[in-house]
Design a protein around this ligand. Structure first.
Ligand SMILES: [Fe+2]
Ligand SMILES: [Fe+2]
Length: 271
């Protein structure tokens, strides 16, 4: 397990007056995705079937992700006592399918799988940092502080394993970049959209575009340039490019522009 438990969270400092209902909605969705960590750990264990040491690491990682889900779910229940986490999680699992039992990585290789995992941890570490800075509620701030630190450690863990995989199955920078950008683009796929739907909607039928926008419009507004700069530097490092210098600067400017453009479009659609 990680370095903290739910008992380390100062639940009694919860301040209802500082709640933002839009943040409560995205925290509920995040709780479902995080709680699904065991499924991803299982998939990693299948991909690294002949590597018991890494399987052990993957299982511990999965437990930490589940704990993230448990902490966020408990906070969401404080914020909204009517939130039924078990019911929402059952709906999420029933509606969101990935073949977690496959022993083949969708990224074409073990190294590719590690690049994709690095991208996810970059995304979550930026997200929980942005959420901590974007909320005024002290208990959520504290939860996000713990989770963001874990996500950064997870990135390092997968980066280290990527390095190891590259020694036995080298894949070029271009192939790594392709996997990384592909995984970034997948953030608008079903997982977050369906989690948002399962956590927040009880009557309407699922519509990917609608719920993808609903989630993204609330999440994107939390990001600031320093979150993007740091994320881009971590991503460049994972694909084997130099994060400092002109390339890093150009890439983070492009990424910040893309986020602002997307946030503005989502804002207009919601208006
Ligand atoms: Fe997490
Ligand atoms: Fe993580």
């Amino acid at each position: 397990m990680g370095s903290w438990t739910l008992d380390d969270i100062p639940w009694d400092r919860f301040e209802r007056a500082k709640l933002d209902p839009e943040i409560v909605r995205i925290v509920k969705a995040a709780a479902l995705v995080e709680h699904n960590g065991a499924a991803y750990a299982h998939h990693l264990c299948r991909i690294f079937a002949d590597d018991p040491a890494f399987q052990e690491t993957a299982r511990r990682w999965g437990e930490e992700e589940i704990q993230h889900g448990a902490a966020l779910a408990r906070w969401a229940r404080l914020a909204d006592p009517e939130f039924d986490f078990d019911r929402a999680f059952a709906r999420f699992q029933a509606g969101f399918h990935v073949d977690f039992d496959s022993a083949r990585s969708r990224r074409g290789s073990r190294a590719g799988e590690m690049v994709a995992r690095c991208v996810v941890e970059i995304g979550t570490s930026a997200y929980y940092t942005a959420l901590r800075e974007g909320t005024a509620e002290p208990v959520l701030q504290e939860i996000c502080r713990h989770i963001a630190a874990d996500e950064l450690r997870h990135y390092r863990l997968f980066y280290k394993n990527l390095d190891r995989c590259l020694r036995t199955e080298p894949i070029g920078r271009l192939a790594r970049l392709r996997v990384a950008l592909g995984r970034v683009a997948e953030s608008e796929d079903d997982e977050l959209a369906y989690a948002y739907y399962a956590a927040n909607e009880r009557e309407l039928l699922y519509d990917r575009r609608r719920y993808s926008r609903a989630y993204a419009s609330r999440a994107f507004r939390l990001y600031r340039p320093h979150h993007v700069e740091r994320g881009v530097a971590m991503l460049l490092k994972a694909v084997g490019l130099t994060p400092n210098g002109r390339l890093g600067l150009l890439a983070s400017r492009l990424a910040w522009w893309a986020i602002r453009y997307r946030a503005a479009r989502l804002g207009n659609m919601a208006a």
